[in-house]
Design a protein around this ligand. Sequence first.
Ligand code: NAD
Length: 504
Amino acid sequence: MTLAAPHVSASLTADLTDEIYVGGSWIRGAGDPIESIDPSSGEVFATLHAATAEDVDTAVRSGSAAARVSGWSTMLLHERAAVLHRIGNAVEDNAGRIAAVQTLDTGKTLTETRALAMSAANTFRYMAAAVETMDGALTTPRGPWMTMSTHEPMGVIGAITPWNSPIASDAQKIAPALAAGNAVVAKPPVWAPWVTLLLARLCDEAGLPAGLLSVLPGPGRTVGETLVRHPGVAKVTFTGGTSTGRHLAHLAADKLMPITLELGGKSPTIVYDDADIERALQGVLYGIFSSSGQSCIAGSRIFLHRNIFESFTTQLVERAQRLRLGPGTDPSTDVAPMIALRHRDSVADMVDAAVANGATVLCGGAIPTEGALAGGAYYPPTVLTDVRNSDAICQEEIFGPVAVVLPFDDDLDLVEQANDSVYGLACGIWTEDYRRALRTAKSIDAGTVWINTYKQFSISTPFTGLRDSGLGTEKGRDAVRQYSNQKSIYLDLSDTPSTWGRNR
Ligand code: NAD
């Protein structure tokens, strides 16, 4: 049944069918209805009935059976890779459709959602290539044996994702987990469930054996937590907020189950006085205000060398004010609405609290209340000054288009301030002195450092969060290994039996 609102275009309506994907069957969820709201207008565009705890059980059991019965877990790697290639190609062929659904659901610009779709397509193809070329090892024998190290599927993987880059996050987990021979039960976010369901339809059409992938939209506290606690789930891979991740780590510990956590950030961006200023301005602007700042790696703490503090801040503010706020469907939009009114309001509250604490707003800082923007979840690019690195606004993740600017005098003081955070996700460094850049890059506690660029990604390059930013690594060739159990095999080659116990 389709429950899309009348104003939704006919081409999109077909992808908004009120069905979830459980163990190879498309069914109407028996859970509460989720109203999907277009962030650009505040209007409900579709209703989806959520999954239930019983669906989690069905999906886990079906996944486990499908991996065995379809032969997926024992399939020759190049044959498994061929299916993943087909999925990657199907995602690319449907990138426009995927982008339209995701823009409607998350408010993001079509440029961004198309790029996310292409990233997902590339992830499936990369993981196909990775698994097809992944050798086991003959280890050096230390006795009369042949010794081997092999990698086996783990079983059923739970994949829990946030709303900020849905299809890319889905692919980052689902592709390597499937490549390793597992089944996957995906739990997309309540605020953006549709694109994961569309991905499942494409996997289905591309020939992924039925039951191997289930998609169970629904609340984290019920559907998500049941998935993590389920005894049939061998590993969970989670991307989301730090407090949720910490809670899930406790649940995983109780089961002695491995869990990968990609969590929040409050990343420093450092501009030295010898930087290429034009390059730095554009990079810093993009690093914080693209995706409306709703990015774990947003460069939200901007450290400027005191020699350039005034001039750089002035130019940054001028450019931020020129960014165009608008709906994600308008090609001229730079900064699209936030995911939801509730989230936008929490961003506004954090800015208001910072101002009450002495911060000065250089631009933005107020919810648009007039014209076409009034109904949507818009918040303007905001730059704050007169803050200390220890202030809440510099320490807490805002997940919105809000930057703070802080001056620094010397490298030691800078590194100390930049590292003074519970997070350790990313860092940007802008300087023409590559010795200085590398010295600073090595001193900063972060999983990823960009030098004279920012927020660039490659599926072949691993992604890790330190401290409260996460546990474990995603992406890269070894991503497939993260969803495998290592097994050692000893094959006896001796000509005579053991003499143990023969002396008595
Ligand atoms: P969230 O933690 O609220 O939710 C993430 C997912 O977990 C959702 O699917 C949610 O339904 C589910 N969930 C919530 N409570 C749960 C529970 N008790 N048990 C099981 N599942 C539960 O995060 P969010 O608001 O959706 O996303 C924003 C956060 O994600 C930010 O902190 C951001 O930094 C982080 N993030 C991190 C990365 C990264 O790679 N490090 C990437 C993107 C987003």
